[in-house]
Design a protein around this ligand. Structure first.
Ligand SMILES: Cc1ncc(COP(=O)(O)O)c(C=O)c1O
Length: 424
């Protein structure tokens, strides 16, 4: 029986900001750097350079990035926007606030990405735009989606929050559409504590977005304190030593007694609401403290992506023989960065408990299937593959700081689980 050593358990994920960087951010807030904007331009240029596009505009959140893009596009009220149903509910909220009608199309059950055939079926005379979310850092057939958008005269937007440096046939995801946008929140591969980014090749669209972003008020100091403090806690709680000795035993103790508690704590958020307007707490100008953090992340993102890809490759090779139908289907031409490594386990809490007893902490996606959320009942749709993915897909940890030997052990533990299960 394989079990990870008690001093080196694997956390479900880690944040990408290093401890000294967070402390540097703290020092920045103490010295009042949050009022500065000089490094923001440098960060935007570095981001645009990494993506190979001309324009990048930093935003307070990804959801505001999207809002500013659709406002700058000036789409007629009531226009339909076809979208992937698995995303944060506030992405849907901002589209509704902007006067658009989100139309959810189901994902492909094996790639987890927007299915171009279903996209085609959902197009109506009122459709004006398509929003593709590149879930988990895996690529879909962007040639197909791009050509459908061109044929039907639709704006193409991409949410690349999970997919920094992922590509389709050599071209980065986020650069196929009229605009791409990214979240820079704590768990993303490029993080600024919180934040978002718009990229586009069109100077006019960039200007429309920039005018809105630059009008936002400077961030309240207490908001920035709270964000930095949150990142500090997340970093410490998932640090290998601290995690193995304190977070992990606590998580195990809770999940042994009540298997769904932790998951519910993260998904049953009482603040999940249908909004009529943008809350003021989302509307802060991106600042120099964030830009400093982002520049640090940018300097290593490609190296870390590569390490994560190598970890994912170990799992694909070790599990491919016996569990192919539980692994994602990777398309020819895709360069996948595996922000998360999806593994289908309908056994749910039983699987999580088995893994936890052997030292691997894991979770399902915490993103909801928005097409079946009660708050969006009026625009709800049957998207059975997305609903199933939210229930069954578990993320096997592949964070770049996990040593490949531990990934091999993790694969061994999964194989042991499969031997003991009727689905295996
Ligand atoms: C796919 C996706 N899009 C957008 C977001 C929202 O990001 P933000 O909190 O920066 O608005 C998230 C956050 O987790 C996400 O996973």
């Amino acid at each position: 029986m394989t079990t990870l050593p008690w001093y080196d358990r694997i956390p479900r994920t880690r944040i990408y900001l290093k401890l000294p960087e967070i402390i540097g951010g703290l020092a920045g807030v103490i010295s009042g750097a949050e009022v500065g904007e000089e490094r923001v331009g440098t960060f935007e240029q570095a981001f645009a350079g990494m993506m190979g596009v001309g324009q990048a505009v930093a935003e307070p959140y990804a959801r505001i990035a999207l809002y500013h893009v659709v406002m700058a596009l000036n789409l007629p009220a009531g226009s339909e926007i076809i979208m992937t149903p698995i995303t944060i509910h506030d992405i849907v909220n901002v589209l509704l606030i902007a006067g658009l009608k989100p139309v959810f199309v189901d994902i492909d059950p094996q790639t987890y990405q927007m299915d171009p055939d279903r996209l085609l079926q959902a197009i109506t005379p009122k459709t004006r735009a398509v929003l593709v979310t590149h879930l988990f850092g895996l690529a879909t057939d962007m040639d197909h989606i791009q050509s459908l958008c061109r044929q039907h005269g639709l704006v193409l937007l991409e949410d690349g929050s999970h997919a920094y440096n992922a590509a389709w046939k050599g071209r980065k995801l986020g650069t196929f559409g009229d605009a791409g946008f990214f979240s820079l929140s704590s768990l993303k591969a490029v993080s600024t504590g919180y934040g978002g980014m718009v990229i586009t090749r069109e100077p006019g669209l960039a200007e429309g977005v920039r005018q809105q972003a630059r009008q936002l008020p400077a961030v309240a100091k207490k908001h920035l304190w709270a964000i930095i403090f949150r990142n500090l806690i997340l970093n410490l709680a998932t640090h290998p030593v601290f995690f193995s000795w304190s977070t992990f035993p606590l998580v195990r103790w809770i999940s042994d007694r009540s298997p769904e508690t932790i998951r519910k704590m993260q998904t049953d958020n009482p603040h999940v609401l249908r909004l009529r307007e943008l809350p003021a707490s989302w509307l802060w100008k991106f600042n120099d403290v964030q830009a400093g953090l982002g520049l640090e992340c940018l300097s290593r993102v490609q190296g870390w992506d590569e390490k994560r890809r190598q970890n994912a490759q170990i799992l694909l090779e070790r599990l491919g023989g016996v569990a192919r139908d539980r692994l994602p289907r990777l398309l020819e031409g895709s360069h996948n960065v595996f922000w998360r490594f999806p593994f289908r386990a309908p056994e749910g809490a039983g699987f999580r408990r088995f893994m936890a007893r052997r030292g691997v902490d894991l979770t399902t996606t915490l993103l909801p299937c928005c097409s079946s959320m009660p708050i969006f009942a009026d625009i709800g749709r049957e998207t059975p593959h997305a609903q199933r993915a939210v229930r069954e897909v578990h993320f096997l940890p592949v964070h770049p700081t996990i040593h490949p030997d531990r990934i091999h052990q993790q694969a061994e533990i999964v194989l042991e689980f499969l031997k003991h299960t009727p689905h295996g």
